[in-house]
Write a protein that binds this ligand. Structure first.
Ligand SMILES: [Zn+2]
Length: 410
């Protein structure tokens, strides 16, 4: 029912409804907040903004209320509340919100758009916007390209990033460009130069400068062998210089011993969970130094990875969820659900797993206003019918996807 009279606009991105309106969580920094008030209409109480003069601003977009779903994210565990969306942002979460249009989602679970923090968009078969629209259609509204597996150039890839990130039909793309390794190292296979080949310290500085200039926000290093690998000095140079440029550093590792070494050099994120046993010292060192660990590929070597993830989580470790998907993009949500189910086996609750795949992943991608259903956050929202259990199979039946505030499925 349209009750525009009672809805007032605001371009303010961060609103607070007070403690009764939503449970827990942190809101982004709020600017000056037009206060809300409660009005009675047809015998029911509604929440609206107080400043009616703002309604005169006809340029603001339609205000849409998502009504009646249980919210599941880092700060809500199934509470039924309305979500008010306008101009691409969530502007309010609470009870009895009113706007221009209501979408009834009674019986659904509402989640932040899922995020896959370890994918490969640019593979040997090329890349294009269609990979990214596939992710978005399946409810994965942001992805991180964890290393271009491609012989094509980083400069051209920037064009795809710009195209994708201006298009609500596409998943938002964060990329670390090509990863670094030495000749003969990880991914420098017979198909050609897939990464940035490092010969000396000078190369590293120049290559990081180039990435920074092109706008890549993160970098990735490779270590996959005891012989063909960067030296300790090269790792330290790369990590220190990336940090000087404000770029977090992830690394491809398969084994705990490589991770141990890189944690000592200041690594920010392991792009995989090791396939062998992680020691208590390694885990404590990662937690103490805020080193994140990605689940990526946790389905393989599952038993050991479950044990590693469990120990890491119980020690207070920061888990990100990724699939390492590089083909068959139509299976993207099945792949992500499998990674999430592994985390449930490691002892995390359904809500904690969802928080890893949304809130934590958003922080790791550097997109802090994404990944939660809270006022001030991007309106990247998905809905599934019924409840989400620890198989996470429900996510493969996404029936509603809103990306950047635009309804693309549903
Ligand atoms: Zn990968």
């Amino acid at each position: 029912m349209k009750r525009t009279l009672f809805f007032l606009l605001s371009l303010v991105l961060a609103l607070s409804l007070g403690p009764a309106a939503y449970a827990g969580g942190e809101t982004p920094e709020s600017a000056e907040l037009p206060p809300f008030e409660t009005v009675t209409f047809d015998g029911e109480e509604y929440v609206r903004l107080r400043d009616v003069r703002a309604w005169a601003d006809a340029s603001a977009g339609e205000a849409v209320v998502l009504r009646g779903a249980g919210i599941l994210d880092a700060s809500h565990n199934g509470e039924v509340m309305d979500v008010l969306v306008r101009d691409g942002y969530i502007v309010a979460v609470g009870e009895n919100l009113i706007g221009d249009r209501v979408i009834d989602l009674t019986g659904y679970t509402l989640l932040p758009g899922l995020i896959d923090s370890h994918v490969h968009v640019a593979g040997s078969s090329g890349y294009g916007i269609e990979n990214l629209t596939t992710w978005a259609r399946h409810g994965i509204t942001s992805v991180r390209e964890e290393g271009m597996l491609s012989t094509s150039g980083e400069m051209e890839f920037i064009d795809l990033i710009e195209e994708a990130n201006a298009d609500p039909q596409s998943a938002y793309l964060v990329s670390c460009g090509k990863y670094f390794d030495v000749p003969g190292g990880y991914g420098m296979g017979p198909t050609g130069n897939m990464g940035v080949v490092i010969e000396s310290g000078g190369d590293i500085i120049a290559e990081i400068d180039l990435k920074a200039e092109l706008g890549y926000p993160q970098i990735k290093l490779g270590i996959n062998s005891d012989t063909n690998r960067m030296s300790p000095e090269q790792f330290v140079t790369a990590i220190d210089y990336a940090h000087e440029n404000g770029m977090p550093v992830a690394a491809h590792i398969n084994y705990a011993r490589y991770l141990e070494e890189l944690v000592g050099y200041g690594l920010d994120e392991a792009a995989h969970t090791p396939s062998d046993e992680m020691s208590g010292d390694l885990i404590d060192g990662m937690v103490a130094n805020d080193v994140r660990m990605n689940t990526s590929g946790a389905e393989n070597y599952e038993e050991q990875k479950v044990a590693n993830l469990k120990a890491f989580y119980e020690a207070g470790g920061f888990i990100t969820v990724g699939t390492d998907l590089m083909r068959n993009y139509d299976s993207c949500m099945t792949a992500l659900s499998s990674e999430m189910a592994v985390l449930a086996k490691a002892g995390l609750s359904v809500q904690e797993v969802i928080a890893c795949a949304t809130h934590n992943n958003a922080l790791a991608l550097g997109i802090e206003d994404t990944g939660d259903i809270l006022p001030g956050y991007q309106a990247d929202i998905v809905a599934v019918k019924g409840e989400v259990d620890e198989s996470f199979a429900a996510l493969s039946e996404i029936s509603f996807v809103m990306n950047d505030g635009v309804l693309i499925v549903g």
